[in-house]
Design a protein around this ligand. Sequence first.
Ligand SMILES: [Zn+2]
Length: 65
Amino acid sequence: MAYLYAVADAAPKRIATPAQLVALGEAMRVRRTCPVCGRDVGYCLPRRWGTCLDCHDTPSWRSAA
Ligand SMILES: [Zn+2]
């Protein structure tokens, strides 16, 4: 039996830098913001709609935008 790799040569765990975390947070905020009503709805918008659930279920909001 033998080890398949040397522990000392293994790559360290990837740790996100603060800048990466900020960029990720901004990207997630954009994904949560509905372009129709402009709200941060608190969840990622369904990609097939591109709007929040309220806008999708309320056609009048869509036509007004
Ligand atoms: Zn909306």
